[in-house]
Write a protein that binds this ligand. Structure first.
Ligand SMILES: C[S@@+](CC[C@H](N)C(=O)[O-])C[C@H]1O[C@@H](n2cnc3c(N)ncnc32)[C@H](O)[C@@H]1O
Length: 208
C-alpha cells in the first residue's frame, strides 16, 4: 500500500523551496501549529486560478492569509480575494503578512461567519475555497454553488481528514460531516468533481 504521508513528503522535497513572505508564513503556521494548506496545495490553488483566468476569489476560512497569499498572487493586480474568518486576530496577522508581500490591496478581509458573509456578498466568483470548521461543510455547499460562475471552481480542503474518512469507526467528531459533504459534492448536478489525494485531500469541482 502506498503511504500518502511519504508521498507528500517526497512531493514537498522536489518542489522549489518557498521564499520571502511565503516562507515566513509557513514558519509562523508551523510555530503556532496552525492548519494552513501548505505549499503543495498553495501551488495547486495558484495554478488553477491562473488556468481559468480567475479575477474574483472568495475564501470560506482564511486564517492568517496563507491560502489567500497564493490566490492574491495568481489573480493579478486587477483581481480581488475576499477573505473571511471568525478571528480578528487572524485578520490582523493576514494584513501584516500580505501587506509586506505587497498584496493587501487585492484583499477584502471580512470578520465573521463565512456563510453569512458569502450570502451578503455579490457574486459571481471565479473560485471559492471552502476551508472552515468541518461540521459546517454540508450547509456550505448550497450557499457556494449559486455564487460561482459557470466554469468556476469550488475547491475544498481536508476531504481525507488525515485518513479518518476511511475508518469504519471514525475517531474525529467532524468526520461524518466531511463524509456527508463529499457525498453531496460528488453527486451535485451542477458540479463535476475530482478529489485529489494531495496533502489532506483537495476537492476540485467545476460548475457546469
Ligand atoms: C483551516 S483554517 C484556514 C486556513 C487557510 N485557508 C489557509 O490555508 O491559510 C480554518 C479557519 O477557518 C476559520 N473558521 C472556522 N469556521 C468558520 C466560519 N464558520 N466562518 C469563518 N471562518 C471560520 C477558523 O478561525 C480558522 O482560522
Amino acid at each position: 500500500m502506498i503511504d500518502f504521508g511519504q508521498v507528500n513528503e517526497y512531493l514537498a522535497r522536489v518542489q522549489p523551496p518557498s521564499e520571502g513572505v511565503t516562507a515566513e508564513m509557513e514558519a509562523y503556521g508551523r510555530e503556532i501549529g496552525f492548519p494552513f494548506i501548505g505549499p503543495l496545495v498553495g501551488r495547486l490553488l495558484a495554478m488553477l486560478t491562473r488556468m481559468i483566468g480567475a479575477r474574483r476569489v472568495f475564501e470560506c476560512g482564511s486564517g492568517y492569509g496563507y491560502s489567500a497569499l497564493w490566490f492574491a498572487d495568481a489573480v493579478g493586480d486587477q483581481g480581488e480575494v475576499w477573505c473571511t474568518d471568525t478571528s480578528a486576530e487572524h485578520a490582523a496577522k493576514a494584513e501584516e503578512f500580505l501587506g509586506r508581500a505587497g498584496l493587501w490591496d487585492r484583499i477584502r478581509f471580512r470578520i465573521g461567519d463565512a456563510n453569512e458573509i458569502l450570502a451578503e456578498t455579490e457574486g459571481p466568483f471565479d473560485v471559492i475555497l471552502v476551508d472552515i470548521d468541518k461540521q459546517d461543510y454540508p450547509s456550505t455547499l448550497e450557499r457556494t454553488v449559486p455564487k460561482l460562475r459557470p466554469g468556476g471552481l469550488l475547491i475544498t480542503d481536508n476531504l481525507l481528514w488525515d485518513g479518518d474518512v476511511l475508518r469504519e469507526t471514525p475517531k474525529h467528531e467532524w468526520t461524518p460531516a466531511i463524509r456527508e459533504y463529499t457525498r453531496l459534492l460528488v453527486a451535485h448536478p451542477a458540479l463535476e468533481t475530482v478529489i485529489l489525494p494531495l496533502r489532506d485531500g483537495v476537492g476540485v469541482s467545476r460548475r457546469r
